[in-house]
Ligand binder design. Sequence first.
Ligand SMILES: O=C(O)C(=O)C[C@]1(C(=O)O)C=C[C@@H](O)C=C1
Length: 363
Amino acid sequence: MSDTPRDLEELRKRIDELDLDIMRLISERATCAQQVAEIKTERDPDAAFYRPEREAQVLRRIMALNQGPLDSEEMARLFREIMSACLALEQPIKVAYLGPEGTFTQQATLKHFGESAVSLPMAAIDEVFREVEAGAVNYGVVPVENSTEGVINHTLDSFMDSSLRISGEVVLRIHHHLLVGETTRRDKVSRIYSHPQSFAQCRKWLDAHFPHAERVPVSSNAEAARLVKTEWHSAAIAGDMAAKLYGLTRLAEKIEDRPDNSTRFLIIGSHEVPMSGEDKTSVVVAMRNQPGALHDLLEPFHRHQIDLTRLETRPSRSGVWNYVFFIDFKGHRDEPRVTAVLDEVRLRAAELKVLGSYPMGVL
Ligand SMILES: O=C(O)C(=O)C[C@]1(C(=O)O)C=C[C@@H](O)C=C1
């Protein structure tokens, strides 16, 4: 295609026309969503407007049908925002997340719910649980495991005492940067702030590039970024959101030791989620302390050919049994083979609690 002024003008004219078409179509879609909301309220005055299973289906369909040139994830992200705006028109959704602002959990919240959700930072994981339990917010977002550092025990422990359900998961690629402020003397960095998990994820890089800098652990990456703003000899390890929030620049990019470093977050709420077609179920099982307990627990999953995606053990806080297992597997609790397995496990276990069936992360 030649780049003469005439072609450029014609193309821009065409883009203007297309933008109008897109706007008309988005408005028509938003009107449909408003009508869906009316039907939901007619059927049940306490109906949930946010439907995770439907959102997952919409995004999967877009990804499957997309023919480029935009890649499928990019296209799905655009639709993520359109749906987020449509839902806000039905009912603005409030989401509590493990803060402060600028953390990866906030980034995960936006990735999952889109920019039109109202997101509220909380100081601790238990506070996120409490806000959802109290009904002050519709949903909560908490980290649960990191591919490099493993499970976040605090989140698992919070589930033991809570009646909340898991209604979704979101996986975020975690990229850490070494960030400095405007006044930082880049050749004189003698102190680095970050969250202990982030230090662990960047250990080799730090040993190679800043072996003598003091490593100061703080409560979050965003807090690290905040502190650096006023210290000329300090740097922070944090992500893009924190860098943007505190106006810091990257002295080094993507310094995580493993390029596939990612964190999985859970969406917690009080509603059960119907099947989406590609679902996961999370359960917590207490077994009596006897030989073969783990084998007894896992055997029915194997026999019914159910794929386990995660198995974690936590010490029980009750004296009656010693092992508590957190198990994630593919399938929805309403599927007959999953119901069959859960019935069998219930007979063998001291206690079984289904934490939720929910759509597998799409984006
Ligand atoms: O299908 C619905 O139930 C809707 O409310 C519509 C819609 C959408 O925009 O597609 C909006 C919000 C829901 O979370 C799911 C989907």
